[in-house]
Design a protein around this ligand. Structure first.
Ligand code: ADP
Length: 483
């Protein structure tokens, strides 16, 4: 089952507790209100009953009861009884029995369908004796205002819950927005490998190199002021803002470390280039000497091959380091791509011959398109070189190029050893080799060729794919816009 998003969970939890709290508060409020109503009713009843005693007097041998007692004022019924409980005057509600027991003090009694608050008191009337007066008021009438409030609450409570939930959702979503931004940034970094992304708005960092080479460094004091301002702002934010800023700081660190690593790779490759060129030159000089033969020659040849491998690897490393630092210039110009492809094929034909391999071409003449000449040749050299290296003795390599509408399409197919399926997604990774023992020939691979090929295709705005069946062969196909 799909788990609820955090903002929904928080909204539900918050609404649930708000409901509990509001319901509890309403409960307490009602019980307090009904207590207050009861005490106010009791006071009114008591007052009415005691006032009623003033309306009764013994005159001319008769008990005179004022007609006011017949009226029901403010819902209060007043009835006068003699000592034996016989009603002498006043009124009682219709649904209350005449002979109902009259009691002293304040009470809540039930009669038929209604409930009543009653208050009874006795007092002596001069020359007559004791009489008893009972006041009655219907509970529902006394609690009318309470019932109105209760009914209103029944309508208002769900509305309040909905409003609370909506407001809660709005604020929680706002609060959690930086978390979504963190996730999105992390995903973008993962998918595009772009470490210059930042979570806090407008703070995407240019590469360290850009900052040093292209950007103007702010003067020291200005820099310091900026830093202090940033620190102050940092202190102001809430926990999530701080998390976002800490994440950005971590990205700053990571980016600097990566930039340093790229710089290091570039510097080291540069430094190694000269000694390797010297070794190669010395080997060539030794091999050119007539008295270098037998074991000695073999040893020098091994050194030369290894030095050549190193030279190739250094060249590829430099290429990729420059590409990473965005220092790799791509000079696109209108070219006859078929001619350049043929040149690359011819270069590889010699090596293919040693393995008795055939290189067939399917290249119409001309194929016009915009590309960088050097990169174009490098692309084909790598793909055809791999097809020859991992091709079978006496096998074939097919090289194809065509222009289809606004697209340039190319492929290199071989009937070589193929690439196992589980390795296919990784062959574009740097230094990834399916199995270094698979390559035939004196020159061994480095695992940098295909990442370089992919970079070239992408730098031309295209894409490259691979299809392979182990033991049957491999096809690399690429496509990019001709303009
Ligand atoms: P390498 O310098 O080792 O050839 P690449 O990046 O060019 O490095 O290739 C990566 C891996 O992909 C190689 O180690 C090789 O095993 C495999 N590979 C590349 N092209 C082919 C091909 N045409 N046939 C079989 N395997 C290939």
């Amino acid at each position: 089952m799909k788990r609820l998003p955090l903002k929904w969970k928080l909204t539900l939890l918050y609404t649930f507790f708000m409901m509990l709290l509001t319901a509890g508060m309403l409960g307490i409020l009602f019980s307090l209100s009904s207590g207050a109503v009861a005490s106010s009713v009791r006071k009114d009843l008591e007052e009415s009953v005691w006032d009623a005693f003033d309306e009764i007097e013994w005159e001319d041998g008769e008990l005179e009861i004022d007609s006011d007692l017949m009226e029901v004022e403010d819902g209060i019924y007043l009835a006068v009884y003699d000592e034996k409980g016989k009603r002498l005057g006043g009124r009682i509600p219709q649904d209350v029995e005449e002979e109902a027991e009259v009691t002293e003090g304040f009470q809540k009694v039930s009669a038929e369908h209604r409930q009543w608050y009653t208050f009874g008191a006795s007092a002596e009337i001069e020359d007559y004796g004791n009489i008893f007066i009972q006041g009655m008021i219907s509970v529902s009438r006394a609690e009318t205002s309470l019932h109105v409030t209760l009914r209103l609450s029944v309508i208002l409570f769900p509305m309040m819950v909905c409003l609370t939930a909506a407001l809660g959702y709005f604020f929680i979503s706002r609060t959690l927005r930086p978390v979504a931004k963190i996730t999105q940034t992390a995903r973008e970094i993962y998918e595009r490998g772009d470490l210059s992304k930042r979570i806090t708005a407008g703070q995407d960092k240019k590469s360290a190199e850009d900052r040093v080479c292209g950007g103007v460094k702010p003067p020291h004091s200005e820099k310091k002021a900026k830093k202090t301002k940033r620190n102050e702002e940092r202190r102001k934010g809430d926990e999530i803002d701080k998390l976002a800023e800490t994440f950005d700081l971590m990205l700053d660190r990571l980016q600097t470390a990566f930039e340093k690593e790229k710089q290091f790779t570039s510097d080291v490759s540069h430094e190694l280039r000269t000694p390797v060129t010297v070794i190669l030159a010395q080997c060539d000089a030794l091999l050119a000497e007539e008295n270098c033969s037998g074991e000695e020659r073999k040893a020098v040849e091994v050194i030369r091959n290894k030095a050549q491998n190193m030279a190739n690897m250094i060249a590829q490393l430099l290429f990729l380091a420059r590409a990473d630092q965005k220092r790799m210039a791509v000079h696109k110009e209108r070219l006859d791509l078929s001619v350049l492809t043929e040149i690359a094929v011819e270069e590889q034909r010699e090596i293919a011959k040693k393995k008795e391999m055939q290189i067939r071409t399917d290249i119409p003449d001309p194929v016009d398109g915009y590309a960088d000449e050097t990169l174009w040749i490098r692309l084909w050299m790598n793909l055809i070189g791999n097809a020859v290296t991992y091709g079978r003795e006496g096998g074939w390599v097919q090289v194809g190029l065509k222009r289809e509408a606004e697209l340039i399409k190319g492929y290199v197919r071989d009937n070589g050893i193929g690439i196992p399926q589980e390795h296919l997604p990784h062959i574009w990774e740097r230094f990834y080799q399916v199995d270094s023992a698979r390559s035939s020939g004196e020159i061994s691979g480095s695992g940098l060729g295909l990442p370089m090929v992919r970079w070239i295709v992408e730098a031309h705005g295209g894409s490259i794919t691979v299809e392979s069946v182990q033991g049957e062969g491999t096809t690399f196909s690429f496509v990019f816009p001709s303009q």
